[in-house]
Design a protein around this ligand. Structure first.
Ligand code: ARG
Length: 266
C-alpha cells in the first residue's frame, strides 16, 4: 500500500507573498479550505486506497500543509528541505523531526544549498528530474545524486508562476508524462523530449496549466487533480487512467494544489 504524508490546514493562510499567486489581500476562507482538504483526503483514501500519515500542523506556519516540500524520501532515507525563503525555513525542523521520529535515516544538505523536496524532484523509476532556479539550487542535485546513487537530470524553470517542478511536470505510474513546456528553458525542453519518448509525453493547454492541471496525484491508475481541467482529464482517460477532479481553489491562493498537499513516502 502506498503511503502519503499530509498536514491538516488548521493554520493555512496567506501571511506573506513568496510566489506570484500569493496576495495578502486574497485571504483564505478557512472553512472552505478545510472542506477542500478533507475532500482530497477522502478521494485519496477511498478511491485510490493510499494510507495517509497525518502530521501535526504548527501555528504560525501557514504553508506547512504543502508537505510535498517537506523533503524527499526514498526507501528508508529522507533528505529534508532547505527552503529558499526565510518564511518557510521555519518549517524545516518540524519536517526533519517527523522523519527522525518515524525511523528514517536523515541526510542533511549543507546550509544555503536550497532544495524544496518533492516539489522540485520528481521522476520515473529509471529517470529523476530536478527543477531549479526559482527555488531549488542546481548544486543540490549533484549532492542528492550522491546520497541516492541515482542520476538526476536538472531542468531550469523560467516562469515565476511555475516555481516548483510539480506545478508544470507530472510523471504518472504508467511511464506517461504530463507537462507544460513553456515553464522550462529551451534546453530543458529539449532534454525532456530526448528522455521521454513522444507517445508518452502530453502537453497541457495554457489555460489548464494555469489551473494547476500538472499538480496531480497519481496512485496506480487513479489520478486526483484540480477541477476545471477537462482537456487534461480527457487525455488521461484516453490513456486508461481514472480521474478524480476536486475543488482546491483555496490552495491556489497560496500557489498550490493536489500534489503539493502530499508527499510520497514510498
Ligand atoms: N506558498 C507555498 C510556497 O510558495 C506553496 C508551495 C506549493 N508547493 C509545491 N510543491 N508546489 O512555497
Amino acid at each position: 500500500m502506498s503511503r502519503l504524508l499530509v498536514c491538516p490546514p488548521d493554520y493555512f493562510s496567506i501571511d506573506y507573498e513568496i510566489n506570484p499567486w500569493m496576495r495578502l489581500s486574497n485571504a483564505v476562507d478557512p472553512e472552505r479550505a478545510r472542506a477542500q482538504w478533507h475532500g482530497l483526503m477522502r478521494a485519496l483514501e477511498e478511491e485510490t486506497g493510499v494510507f495517509l500519515e497525518r502530521m501535526q500542523p504548527v501555528p504560525g506556519l501557514p504553508d506547512m500543509v504543502f508537505t510535498a516540500n517537506a523533503g524527499v524520501v526514498v526507501g528508508n532515507r529522507a533528505v529534508p528541505s532547505r527552503f529558499r525563503h526565510p518564511e518557510r525555513q521555519r518549517e524545516e525542523r518540524y519536517f526533519e523531526d517527523w522523519f527522525r521520529d518515524h525511523g528514517y535515516e536523515v541526510a542533511l544538505l549543507e546550509n544555503g544549498l536550497y532544495f524544496e523536496g518533492a516539489g522540485d524532484l520528481l521522476g520515473f523509476p529509471d529517470a529523476w528530474f530536478g527543477g531549479y532556479r526559482q527555488r531549488s539550487d542546481i548544486r543540490a542535485y549533484a549532492r542528492l545524486s550522491e546520497i541516492f546513487g541515482r542520476e538526476i537530470i536538472p531542468l531550469e524553470l523560467v516562469d515565476g508562476r511555475f516555481y516548483h517542478l510539480d506545478t508544470c511536470f507530472c510523471p504518472f505510474s504508467g511511464g506517461d508524462l504530463l507537462y507544460y513546456p513553456p515553464a522550462f528553458d529551451p534546453y530543458a525542453q529539449a532534454v525532456i523530449e530526448d528522455r521521454i519518448e513522444k507517445p508518452r509525453r502530453f502537453v497541457v493547454p495554457t489555460s489548464e496549466a494555469l489551473r494547476f492541471a500538472c499538480n496531480a496525484v497519481c496512485v496506480g491508475k487513479h489520478i486526483a487533480l484540480p477541477e476545471g481541467c477537462p482537456e487534461t482529464m480527457a487525455l488521461l482517460e484516453a490513456r486508461g487512467y481514472e480521474t478524480h477532479p476536486l475543488p482546491l481553489d483555496e490552495f491556489m491562493k497560496a500557489g498550490g494544489s493536489a500534489k503539493c498537499l502530499t508527499l510520497a513516502l514510498d
